[in-house]
Design a protein around this ligand. Sequence first.
Ligand code: ADP
Length: 167
Amino acid sequence: MSQTAIYPGSFDPVTYGHIDLIKRASKIFENIIVAVANNTQKKTLFSARERMALLKKATQGIKGVTVENFDGLVIEFARRRGSNVLIRGLRMISDFEFEFQMALTNRRLDEEVETVFLMPSEGYSYLSSTLIKEAASLGADIRSFVPDFVAERLKEKLKNKSLGTRR
Ligand code: ADP
């Protein structure tokens, strides 16, 4: 039986939705490894190193949580860490189709792997990193969606990015 669960994702950047899920998972599993994908299909605003640093700070006080990054297949990363449990979040019905496909693909790749779905508190069920980045770029106050230090980093990042494109 696996005492370690892997929570993979892009976390670009970490939100209160991710944190809510990590807290729930930490009540079920002794160890949670938050696994930050180095190269995701999505183009990320933050580098893997930055995404990890924000996650580490955000999960500091949660027992049994570590943050790592990985390349390639998540099931191989899980195997290397001696885990056969993947945690994923389901916010809305709209997450279901993609998550269902991914879970079954991972199971086909490794029969031993189980994906465990957790639902966030309903207050976070509409939160996504993509929406937060968009809202922040339009000048919205996003402090109720992400920790203050994430909001600050996001503001700086977007400012540097717009300076970069103007040059
Ligand atoms: P990915 O690019 O792999 O989907 P994300 O960082 O967007 O990575 O999400 C990682 C996991 O966390 C996914 O399973 C996603 O459904 C879940 N998740 C993201 N935001 C929330 C939220 N607000 N509440 C619950 N789960 C969430």
